[in-house]
Design a protein around this ligand. Sequence first.
Ligand code: PMP
Length: 357
Amino acid sequence: MAPDFVEEFGQVLERMREVWLAPNGQPFVIAGSGTLAMDLAVANLVEPGDKALLINTGYFSDRMGAILERYGCQVDQITASVGERPTSEEVRDALSKQSYKLLAFTHVDTSTGVLGDAKGWTQLAREAGTLSILDGVCSIAGEELRQEDWGVDVALTASQKAVGVPPGLALLVASSRAMDAFRTRRHPVSNYYADWTNWLPIMEAYEARKPAYFGTPAVNLILALNVSLAQILAEGMEQRFRRHREMSQAIKEAVTELELSQVPTKNEFAASTMTAPLYPEGVDASLIGHAKEAGAIFAGGLHPQIKNKYFRIGHMGITDSGEVLATISALEKGLKKAGYNFEPGRGVAAAQRILSG
Ligand code: PMP
């Protein structure tokens, strides 16, 4: 209720529209993790018996499928094999066979590093009169996203990834089409905490610089979010997208130079917020421990089909050239310790070639 907090929360909501590039969107900031943001999108848009098409590119698409089903949705899936993404033709074809209320997809699947075709798939959904939900937990504020231009109806994320705040906030922006679909529901939302009926008046009140209460806001995280959104906007969205692409290219070139393949089968759909290299012949997950000793923390595999065959490097948010070089250097030291035969320095040099433009 403190006037200075009311002002900061109001700013957060305004700044989210700028970061999402959704000038007419309705932002929501609610205490919880990214999974709550997924739950919010589905609980408020889906009614029992609705049909949804899910483009499944990995672990978090599976989760979206489970959430859709939990709210009584009939879900059809287009499942890509690991490291692939479906073609536009496959998506167009599926959308033309049935009338779907919703199309859901993961923008960057954190388990594979596969980048969804957000612009193309959303366009196809629009043409079919279908709403779209984009899970942007591993993308928003790093990967290019133009919510309103592209016509994405719900773009959701969490505070802890490219937004650069500690974990604990579910963030999303809903289009006016999504809000209309919510307002014309036939049944009440079946999740009490997630119901926009409870939260919309709160978001509207704070934006009008008036305090309002439904559930206690995560004050400290919202203050941190305001700082981060201001930093993101000071950099500018175009520059931010460019920097993420450049840091990603440096890491990917280095990994390729070291003769490690990546999970995404084509560069054109490899994310710019993360890289998912496969362990080279003779190297296993002990690499992660060696790299940690050398100063870089890599995540292990997550996708159940290839869990022990690859690792993941996150490079979203504030990642800069210095961190990229330190990371590749640690990767090289880790590979050496793991007994891999290569010429040290090649990866660092490849990254530096990209970074020095
Ligand atoms: N979707 C994607 C693409 C994610 O990467 C994650 C988290 N890694 C989630 C959803 C779930 O977010 P959280 O762990 O914050 O609940």
